[in-house]
Ligand binder design. Sequence first.
Ligand code: FDP
Length: 322
Amino acid sequence: MQRLAPALREDNVPLDLISLIETILAATKEISFRVSQGHLSDSMGSTLDENIQGEVQKKLDVVANELFKDILLESGFVKAVSSEEEDTSVAGDEDGKYIVSFDPLDGSSNIDINSLIGTIFSIHQAPTDMAASNPDMFKQSGNHQVCAGYVLYGPSTTLVMTTGSGTHFYVLDRTHGGYLLVERNLQVPEETQEFAINMSNQRFWQPPMQNYISDLLAGDTGPRGKNFNMRWIAAMVGDIHRVLTRGGIFTYPADNRNPEKPYKLRLMYEANPMSFLIEQAGGLAMTSQGRIMDIEPTDIHQRVEVIMGSKNEVEACLGYYK
Ligand code: FDP
């Protein structure tokens, strides 16, 4: 099996971007180790807890955020970072060529139940005409990503990543401590009979999503004429990994629970990187209004409607909005 760096060189990825990716992955190896230690590590529980020595314990997502931030800002490759855990962007090296958006630990409600969690990242070129402290650097659409990926801390630690030449699948080999390429060019099957949505929000959805899901639930007695299965991991990394592996549709639609907050998932470090991975694998990544990666961001923590996965099923869903 091929190691990471030669696999990236085969895709003509520039050397400084390879170094940046390796920097990100160094942090994921440490997080993977901490996750595998579970309650034996100091990272479980609330930030308000104290351990036996009277020291304040940190939650794993805070630890992961600090690790990524420090390692990226010290690397010299990065002009600024933005994270789910930071209010605004954090400045790095003025000459850094890249900016990185990340969700250090996605699926945080799964941390304490030993279930799937992961890290999501998205890399853009840094504009040369803005200071490192200017958060407007991050107002670039998903179309301009030069790399996106996630690391899933599951029974095995897996990396799924694209630099625009297909979506490739790697596994962390603990015997040598590096990621090995398992499969090049993942392809999301166009057809599926599996959907992922948080059904408990059903009464809050808009009518098109209500109608689409009720037709899926009607199975072979309804207009779709086939039965569907449902899965919900409550961590986007886990659900998207399944979609990339065997197909499916994943959606977190608009809802009216809170009129100030009609969407849940974040554009910059959840929807955009996952869209890049899904599209590079032949799937679709949409809102009910258009492609996610065409959205011009207005805010680092902007939220967005998400409907992504198997091409024919996403199109079937969008048909209900016409
Ligand atoms: P979480 O808030 O636990 O970090 O990031 C948002 C996210 O997880 C996604 O990973 C996941 O798909 C979704 O929220 C889970 O939402 P529900 O709480 O509605 O299940």
